[in-house]
Every structure is written in C-alpha cells, then in structure tokens.
Design a protein around this ligand. Structure first.
Ligand code: NAD
Ligand code: 6OD
Length: 485
C-alpha cells in the first residue's frame, strides 16, 4: 500500500479524503500520497494550538520546556537514519550531504534555541518621579501565541526546525505547513514530539498547497497570531496581505540573486572550492547560493576555466550512492522553470562554458528532474539570468575593473540576501562588506553559519532577522512593568 503522509493535529495523525501524489525527484516515481488538509483540519490544528497555550505547555516553567526541547533534539538524533532517508526521498539530495548538514543541524536548532533562552537578559530602568520616591521598570517577555510556519522545499528539515525551535523555546505553539513537495520530515517530527512528551497541540502539521489550500487557510486564520515564512518573494507578498487582516506580525525569509565578488588577489584554490559549492550545492537550490559572479579582470579567465573544471567533476546519480555529489532538482515543474532560463541565456547570446541542458542518466534515473551544472559568460547585468532568481545549479560570470564599480553592480538588484567577497586584502574586505546591501556577507568563505547570528535579507529578500537571541524579537512580545516605589 502506498505511504500516506498524514496531518499531525493535537498529537494524532489525521488522514483526509483528498490525497495528492508525492514523486521522488530522482526517478519521478510516486513514493506516497499526501493527505491535503482542508479548512476543517486547519481549524482543528489552530484550535489545538490555541488550547495548548492554556494547557500544561503554557504552565511549564522555562526549565521544563527547555528540558523537553533538549530531549527532542536527542530523539531526532536517535532516529537520525529515519529522518535522513525521509529527507532524501523527498528531495533527492545526496544522503551523505543530508547526514552531514540537514539532520544534525535540524537537531541542533532545538539545542541552540534552548541554550539561548537560558541567557536572555531583561532590561531594567530606574525612573525618577515628581514625589521623589522613584519607580523601577523592567521588561517581561511572553510568547506571541499560535505561530503559523510556512515552509519551502529546498532544505525542508533544516528550515522548518529553524522556525519551530525558537517558536517552541519561547513558549509558543505552532501550526506548520510544509511545502507540498516535502511532507516527510515534518510528519515524522510529530512522532518525536509524542515520544518525548511534548503536550498534544504544541506542534501541528497541515499538508497542502498555498492558495485555496492549507497555506492560505493557515495564514488567513484569525487565531493564528503571527506568521513566519520562508519561500519566494511573490508568495511572501501574498502572505503579507493575508497577515494584514488582524494586523498580525510577519517574519519573511525570501528570494535572492546573490553576488559573489572575486578580487584578483584572492587565493584561487579557496575561491574555486567555495564558489563551486555556493553555485552548485543542493543543485543550486540554496537561498544563499551565488548566481552572479563578478571577477576582477586579471583573474577572469582563470576563474572561468577552473569553475568549468569543478562543474564537470560533479557526479550526478542515485542520492543514496556515497559517490554522488549532486542530486536532481526538486520536481519536473521546477526543472521546466530552470531550463527556461537555460534557453533564455542562449537566446540572449550567452556563451555556455559548460552544461546548459539535461544530462544523460542511467535508465532507472532518466525520468528524474536532472539538469547539468551550468556556467555562462558573455552577458552583462542587464541579462534576465543576471536579474531573476533561477534557483538552479548555474552562474553567470562577469568581469569587473574596480572596487566602486563592483559594489554598485552587486547592489543593483531588488534582492539583498547574501554576498560573498574573496580577497586577501583585509582593509578591502571590511570596506566592501560594509557597503554591500545584504543581510549576510561572507568573506573568503560561504555558508559558514553560526545559528546564534542574525539571519535574514535586505530589500525584497526579507523582513526581520532570526537566529540566536534575534529570534526573540519575533517569537516573543515585550511587556514593560513599571512599579512605583
Ligand atoms: P514558495 O514561495 O513557492 O512556497 C513556500 C511555501 O509557501 C510552500 O509551503 C507553499 O505551499 C506556500 N504557499 C504558496 N502560496 C501561498 C499562499 N498564497 N498562502 C500561503 N502559503 C503559500 O517557495 P518554494 O518554491 O517552496 O522555495 C523556494 C524559494 O524559497 C526561493 O525563492 C528561495 O530563495 C526561497 N528561500 C528563501 C530562504 C531564505 O532564508 N531567505 C530560504 C530558503 C528558500
Ligand atoms: O543554516 C541556516 O541557518 C539557514 N537558515 C540556512 C538557509 C538556507 C537557505 O536555503
């Protein structure tokens, strides 16, 4: 019998009478059916989340709550392989990469945010009063309530736990809407919640699509107190409209068109190692990835040549095979989108340095959503592939001649998520990092992420910052208490 990815509501798995197929990205075979939540299931999930705030969860001491989150992290680690295989089947990401990043980092999210809660300072002010007795002010933090968590498919477990962990650490309850492409790990996490004794209703999962489906039902629900979203900028705008009803707060992590800047003095070995990861890791489906690469003219030819070699070394294949270094795109639909940009690049006159099409795959994988890692040159910043987020394993490499010029070009975008700078000149690294309009700048590295640091995008890449203590800004509300002495 086909596997059914059920909703998780009030501590129980809930089927529905409306199912849709989940295809494995690497061979396009149906691996299960997803039980789409309707309005009734979303109402039930939100009601359970609201009730749980008033139940034991809302009454626990912070120590008790954090103890449960540490236990949850341990339980995820105990079920490590179940999570890894679920994630691999959903996404097609090579298993060794999932074992190395997604699952350990997903478990770590619960520990890190529990740690953060132990050291949150409070503000305190002494105030003078006309009668001379004085007053003291101090701030209390309280949870915002029921948080709607709308998730993408590109690193599903990592990006979901990145939101669920701080939400729960702060004492909220959640209704999670995973992407319709990646139901598995969110569903499995329900088992871990029950196993460690997190009360029913604290963590709920509803499956489905966006408009006129579970996503819309969650974001328009009047008992959802705050909405945190990761996904495309266009979707984020639609969710902001929904959140405007009832004036609910939003935290938005959205799209990007991230520049990489390589100065001629950079260490080229490090550049190629870091840049090939930032262009091709996870088949380019990383919000922080590089799709525009600016290379100082004296280094241009060498970088293009060595990036070509790195791209051609990538081994696509079965994600369970330990020698596979790149999986497929998430779906046939997403492949169509990426290939439309591959065609557009050629129409606009790009030189295809390598890739540009569909690779030949063995018969058992031939129906998967494979594309070749691709490097282009020969176009400038006005090209469509230099302006729009493609979210595939591809990069346009362009030469530049000066620091001011490259900063202006890197910033000439409606996005501002991340940027990478490669140079051995320390003063220049500081100067350029300060001027780049993005939420994160990496110097001589990429995706070196400390979970305690602020994460988020400038311009149309995001609203707000999450990470470490910064997550408290969204997942708690500050209340000032003023006591006259
Ligand atoms: P998406 O916007 O298509 O979908 C994200 C989620 O929103 C899905 O669960 C979807 O069902 C839901 N959704 C869609 N329409 C909705 C609506 N009207 N109301 C409520 N929910 C709705 O994004 P995706 O394709 O899953 O992910 C890829 C995108 O995510 C890329 O643009 C990428 O840059 C971005 N992303 C950003 C970050 C970041 O931290 N900034 C991280 C990962 C991915
Ligand atoms: O590692 C993280 O903390 C993080 N937020 C990664 C985001 C990846 C986006 O695709």
């Amino acid at each position: 019998m086909a596997k059914i990815f059920q909703n998780f509501i009030d501590g129980r798995y809930v089927d529905t009478d409306k199912h849709f197929d989940k295809h494995a990205p690497y061979d396009n075979k149906v691996i299960g059916q997803i039980a789409e939540a309707g309005k009734a299931e979303v109402d039930a999930a939100v009601a359970a989340a609201k009730a749980a705030l008033k139940g034991p969860w809302g009454k626990y001491t912070i120590e008790k709550r954090l103890e449960l989150l540490y236990a949850l992290a341990d339980e995820i680690t105990r079920r490590f392989e179940d999570f890894a295989i679920a994630e691999q089947q959903d996404t097609g990401i090579p298993l060794h990469l999932i074992r190395h990043v997604a699952i350990p980092r997903g478990a770590a999210n619960f520990k890190v945010f529990a740690d953060v809660m132990k050291t949150v300072p409070t503000e305190f002010f002494q105030t003078t009063t006309p009668d001379g007795t004085g007053a003291i002010n101090y701030a209390l933090r309280r949870p915002v309530g029921v948080v709607g968590v709308i998730c993408p498919w590109n690193m599903p477990f990592l990006l979901m736990t990145w939101k669920v962990a701080p939400a729960l650490a702060c004492g909220n309850t959640v209704v999670v809407k995973p992407s319709e492409e990646t139901p598995a790990t969110a569903t499995l996490l329900g088992e871990c919640m029950n196993a460690v004794g997190i009360p029913a209703g604290v963590y709920n999962v509803v499956h489905g699509f966006g408009p006129n489906s579970a996503g819309e039902f969650v974001t328009t629900h009047e008992d959802v107190d705050a909405i945190t979203f990761t996904g495309e900028t266009r979707t984020g705008s639609a969710i902001m409209k929904a959140a405007a009803v009832g004036a609910r707060p939003v935290s938005m992590e959205m799209g990007g068109k991230n520049p990489g800047i390589i100065f001629a003095d950079a260490d080229l070995d490090a550049v190629i190692e870091g840049t090939s990861r930032s262009c091709f890791l996870n088949t380019g489906q990383v919000c922080l990835g590089t799709e525009r690469l600016y290379v100082e003219r004296p280094a241009f030819e060498a970088v293009v040549e060595r990036l070509k070699v790195a791209a051609e070394k990538i081994k696509m294949g079965n994600p369970a095979d330990s020698t596979t270094t790149m999986g497929p795109l998430i779906s046939q639909e997403h492949r169509e989108k990426v290939l439309s940009y591959y065609r557009k690049a050629v129409e606009e006159g790009a030189t295809v340095v390598t890739g540009g099409g569909i690779p030949e795959m063995p018969a058992d994988l031939a129906s998967g959503s494979w594309v070749q890692p691709t490097v282009w040159t020969g176009l400038d910043d006005s090209a469509v592939i230099a302006r729009e987020e493609i979210f595939g394993p591809c990069v346009l490499v362009m030469p530049f001649d000066g620091e001011d010029e490259v900063i202006e070009r890197a910033n000439n975008t409606r996005y501002g998520l991340s940027a990478t700078v490669w140079t051995t000149n320390l003063s220049r690294a500081h100067r350029v990092a300060a001027k780049l309009e993005s939420g994160i700048v990496w110097v001589n590295s990429w995706f070196l992420r400390d979970l305690r640091t602020a994460f988020g995008g400038s311009k149309q890449s995001g609203i707000g910052r999450e990470g470490g203590v910064h997550s408290l800004e969204f997942y708690t509300e500050l209340k000032n208490v003023c006591i006259k002495l």
